[in-house]
Design a binder for this molecule. Sequence first.
Ligand SMILES: Nc1ncnc2c1ncn2[C@@H]1O[C@H](COP(=O)(O)OP(=O)(O)OP(=O)(O)O)[C@@H](O)[C@H]1O
Length: 308
Amino acid sequence: MSSIVSVQDLRKSYADGFEALKNVNLEIEEGEILALLGPNGAGKTTLISTICGITVATSGKITVGGYDTRSEFREARALIGLVPQEINLEPFETVKRTVQFSRGLFGKPRNDALLDQILKDLSLYDKKDNRIMTLSGGMKRRVLIAKALSHEPRVLFLDEPTAGVDVELRKDMWNVVARLKEQGVTIILTTHYIEEAEAIADRVGVINKGEILLIQDKADLMVQMGQKRLRIELDAPVTSIPAALASYQLEIADDGAALVYTYDTKGERTGITTLLNDLQGAGLKMVDMETQQSSLEEIFVGLVREDA
Ligand SMILES: Nc1ncnc2c1ncn2[C@@H]1O[C@H](COP(=O)(O)OP(=O)(O)OP(=O)(O)O)[C@@H](O)[C@H]1O
């Protein structure tokens, strides 16, 4: 797979000395949907703004479609569409003219057929002659997307596209993103919502305090989520795992007072019954047990807390 966006050793310190990004490395593949999850102030917007050339990096190198975002800014920027967090539209302008104007800013010739198609894809076509101020909040967000797509970018950045949006509209937005992906657009979105990453991303990155803590295929994360942990408390502590139990790949917890067995809830067999039999056979006595489910939320909260 080839990277359409490549971020190498990126650092960003603001004028007051605050280090918002610390040595970020990131490769984004053409055609993927990458969700960047992180708490408030993690550095998501700073990362996007730096890739888009709105914020200047302190050090490091970024390329988009092979173009250096500093030395070849115009070429790199032409490949990028950016949907900002804030709605910053001209209230008296119509939808169509707003989108036309954005295309013009990139020096592209007028193309009514293309703009009509973009408006149709975003279910904005019947509103094309309406003034922005007459639109609902959700429609305005769609106009932001239409603007960002007007110059036919290959990479679309969506900064918290569904912040403060109701559930129905959020699902609508997810469909819009899925359609864009079908058209071959690479999409990077930031979000606070774990279920949003679960619903639409191919890969999930977790960012906190200016560092990427994890970046992984969503499918792999889902497998981890499908795992459960069974904690078995023993009546007497063990210092090692008996050879007869080696195949279960148990972990020793609480200085030997408990053993932890990880199993796949989606598998045909959990192996718990045979484990409990074999435990007895190995001369170990269980006094209690409990199961724990890991979820993306837990993985996320755990990562962010560990980093605190
Ligand atoms: N111009 C600036 N000067 C100094 N510090 C800044 C500036 N802009 C952002 N920061 C700080 O950098 C950190 C990262 O901010 P950023 O907006 O990138 O976070 P974020 O992950 O997008 O958060 P949110 O989800 O709240 O938008 C924050 O602590 C913020 O206060």
